[in-house]
Ligand binder design. Structure first.
Ligand SMILES: *Cc1c(COP(=O)(O)O)cnc(C)c1O
Length: 395
């Protein structure tokens, strides 16, 4: 798939673009691939599963021989839970590095599955840093694993994953990565970040439809994970062992979603793989951020921490600005944006991922500008409190 507008699949008339971090706008071909039925036990579908696993591993490059790919039914959170429950032994302990909703959800998961953890909570968007990890690992020898959120989708921050993994490895601990919203568009180089396991899902940067996720893990670690899991259905080792033996998923697979995902993987390959996909998303972000700043909006994050996945903007201070009206009016113009998840100041988010190019992002900016006019908002400048918050990030 080319990146020029002519070839980009725009949604059908009246169907808005999803400027959200998944489910996102998918191509017509991806949706079309779901128009037939497959038997889960049939050779055709087994071949599809095999192909999908090897195509996902191919995205790792050189290091792939040491890893295997295990798809898991459900949304991304199911995979996070499967990873934590399968690779952390019952007497293990995880250092959870949180700076937003997904890190906190991982901590909650640890609580639910009854595994010990230590939480570093950096608040809404401050990045956890390597020296903090080093200090805690020195103090707490019980910690066996460190969980890193690659892109914390609640603010859009791209966490310093190599720095954090480096600190964990230097202290002899294992690394788990939630790369849900980054995998496929932001490199996660296994030669530099020797992770035990990472997870992502079908409906993020590969641009499939929702229904399953996948764990990519070192083969020796998968083998060692036998009987660790707290769960029958979320047991990565058991799913892997069955797939290796029979080519089948253990329980009913999302057949149509897998078919769609294979189409999405082909398009990902044609676009130039991780580098090509990442380049389009980066252009999307750059056009969006420059355009929105041009009409007075401010981003939560400094350029250094902005991911090419999703961007958080402060809501304008002008009392005439009302998020629900802004949202509805953007939707009328064909764009579904995303509410913010910050606790201190009002914000909203705009995703850069999915079947969209920079031309669409220009239209988003134009729509935002028109909407401000309609609302009678004189300036999109955020309140002083927001700028004060942001200063903390620079400190
Ligand atoms: C999307 C996402 C998840 C999973 O969320 P689901 O709603 O369960 O799909 C987990 N972590 C991150 C960082 C995400 O972006």
């Amino acid at each position: 798939m080319g990146t020029d507008t002519a070839k980009m699949n725009s949604p059908k008339l009246g169907e808005p673009y999803l400027l959200t971090p998944g489910p996102l706008t998918t191509s017509y071909e991806v949706k079309e691939a779901m128009l037939r039925d497959w038997g889960s036990w049939d050779d055709d579908f087994r071949a599809m599963t095999r192909k999908m696993r090897s195509q996902l591993l191919a995205l790792l490059g050189e290091e792939r021989a040491e890893y295997d790919c295990v798809p898991i039914q459900g949304s991304g959170s199911y995979c996070v839970e499967a990873m934590l429950g399968s690779f952390v032994p019952k007497d293990g302990k995880v250092l959870v590095l949180a700076n937003g909703a997904y890190g906190l959800r991982a901590a909650q998961t640890m609580e639910c599955i009854g595994r010990d953890f230590h939480l570093i909570n950096k608040g809404d968007y401050l990045p956890p840093r390597g020296d903090e990890v080093t200090a805690i690992l020195e103090q707490d020898q019980d910690i066996t694993h460190v969980l890193i959120i690659h892109c914390e989708t609640s603010s859009g921050i791209l966490n310093p994953v190599e720095e954090l993994a480096g600190a964990a490895h230097a202290a002899g601990r294992k690394v788990l990565v939630d790369s849900m919203s980054a995998f496929g568009a932001v490199p996660l180089d296994a030669s530099r970040v020797k992770y035990t396991a990472m997870v992502s899902s079908a409906n993020k940067c590969i641009e499939g439809v929702p229904g399953f996720g996948f764990v990519i893990a070192r083969k020796d670690e998968i083998e060692a994970a036998k009987a660790n899991s707290h769960s029958l259905s979320l047991d990565v080792h058991a799913q892997w062992a069955t797939m290796e033996k029979t080519g089948q998923w253990r329980f009913t697979p999302p057949t149509h979603v897998v078919a769609a995902f294979l189409k999405a993987l082909d398009a990902h390959h044609e676009e130039g793989g991780v580098a090509g996909r990442g380049a389009r998303y980066t252009r999307n972000r750059d056009v969006l951020v420059e355009g929105m700043r041009g009409i007075g909006f401010e981003t939560l994050l400094a350029d250094r921490w902005l991911s090419p996945i999703i961007v958080t903007f402060f809501c304008p201070a002008d009392p005439k600005f009302e998020f629900s009206r802004f949202y509805e009016s953007m939707k009328d113009k064909g764009f579904i944006i995303y509410p913010g998840k910050l606790t201190v100041v009002d914000s909203f988010r705009v995703g850069c991922i999915g079947q969209m190019d920079e031309d669409v992002m220009r239209q988003v900016v134009t729509a935002a500008n028109q909407t401000l006019d309609e609302m009678g908002v004189a300036t999109a400048a955020p309140p002083q409190a927001a700028l004060d918050e942001r200063k903390k990030l620079a400190a």
